[in-house]
Design a protein around this ligand. Structure first.
Ligand SMILES: Cc1cc2nc3c(=O)[nH]c(=O)nc-3n(C[C@H](O)[C@H](O)[C@H](O)COP(=O)(O)OP(=O)(O)OC[C@H]3O[C@@H](n4cnc5c(N)ncnc54)[C@H](O)[C@@H]3O)c2cc1C
Length: 336
């Protein structure tokens, strides 16, 4: 009987768990999440903040996993360190999990730097259910001004969340990082949408300071010495793979956990899938990170197969494995 440990309960981790169980009838699987509500629809967080979806529609029921006695779910458990030579994962509560096969599926999260790290207690993020609930509990007036600093899909979704909530929004973003060329919607379409929604877009302006307005909002000072009084500041930049717990482990990390097209790391019994993985094909000479709910699930299924059989399934550089998005088209979501 093999012990499989899967770090992360997002689409990649869950798909891998289901695949392992379908291929190995005697498998014991432990799924770990640092979040106390491990199964929810991350792409719907903006709708939760906007108020167009309730918590019940965002939290997922997973009977296949939750009802399976061979799967143990360790919710509210943070992975602290990995010791691959000892086949051991150390959790922050001091307990250890031993594995025959391990999957890293810890996704990506916000990496706060500069002002956002310095002034962390004055800045919200929107990358987890806890973030969305915290925003909802922040006592933000419906018509208050919100400052979003961000870029790409996550920045745009944060802007939409507040705009649909009824807030006025000022969006600080970078000219070059604002929107990636080659995305399914063009930069000009996105900009047109923001302008038509009366979002004030400030390019290449940085937050320098955030001062507390006697507990009733914040005064933001920007790099052009402009001051903006806002009810809330939200940092929504591109997400980066969550790999801090791999420090000193010997697992090779570049932008994400480096894996081959079979999703294997530099350790034979350790795999990675979903947003945490950086798939590198030295024959085809390509390297890609994922962003997308559906593609993370596809990677999870491939990883699940290879966890059981050691190898046999591999990824191509194609969109279904890397950028397949859940949900309606980005700009159509703005419809009221
Ligand atoms: C605001 C926002 C909007 C998005 N919108 C869309 C969209 O519209 N369409 C779309 O397809 N995708 C969207 N995405 C992206 C999509 O959610 C991700 O691509 C997908 O969730 C990645 O799946 P994953 O399984 O790799 O990781 P995740 O879903 O990120 O799951 C990671 C798991 O690892 C756990 N974890 C992380 N670190 C640790 C640790 N140290 N210890 C223990 N557990 C840990 C987490 O608790 C979580 O369970 C959005 C993401 C965000 C943040």
């Amino acid at each position: 009987m093999r012990q499989y440990v899967i770090l992360g309960c997002g689409p990649a981790g869950r798909a891998a768990a289901a695949e392992v169980r379908s291929l190995d009838g005697t498998a014991k699987v432990t799924l770990v999440s640092r979040e106390f509500t491990p199964f929810y629809l991350r792409p719907a967080l903006a709708d939760l903040v906007a108020g167009s979806l309730g918590r019940g529609a965002v939290v997922l029921q997973e009977p296949e996993i939750q009802g399976d006695p061979a799967i143990e779910i360790r919710a509210g458990s943070r992975v602290y360190r990995l010791f691959p030579h000892e086949s051991r994962v150390l959790l922050s509560d001091g307990t250890s999990l031993y594995f025959d096969r391990l999957l890293l599926a810890t996704g990506a999260g916000p990496r706060l730097a500069g002002y956002a790290a310095r002034l962390r207690n004055k800045v919200h993020t929107l990358a987890s259910l806890a973030d969305a609930v915290r925003i909802s509990h922040a006592g933000l007036a419906r018509d208050a001004l919100v400052l979003v600093a961000g870029e790409g899909h996550t920045g745009l979704e944060a802007v939409r969340a507040f705009a649909r909530r009824g807030n006025r929004v000022v969006y600080l973003t970078g000219h070059t990082r604002f929107w990636k060329p080659g995305a399914a919607v063009s930069r000009s379409e996105v900009l047109h949408k923001l302008v038509s929604e009366k979002i004030e877009v400030l390019f290449d302006e940085a937050v320098m300071d955030i001062l507390d307005l006697n507990g009733e909002g914040y005064r933001v000072v920007t790099s052009s010495r402009r001051t903006v009084d806002v009810g809330l500041v939200c940092e929504a930049r591109e997400l980066v793979p969550d790999v801090d717990y791999l420090d000193g482990s010997g697992i090779v990390v570049d932008h994400g956990v480096v894996v081959d097209t079979e999703l294997r790391t530099n350790f034979d019994n350790v795999f990675a899938a979903g947003d945490v993985a950086q798939v590198f094909d030295d024959e085809g000479n390509w390297s890609r990170l994922n962003f997308g709910w559906l593609s993370a699930g596809r990677q999870g299924r491939v990883a699940g197969h290879n966890l059981v059989h050691g190898s046999g399934r591999s990824l191509a550089a194609e969109e279904p494995f890397f950028g397949e998005l859940y949900g309606t088209k980005l700009l159509e979501r703005w419809a009221r």
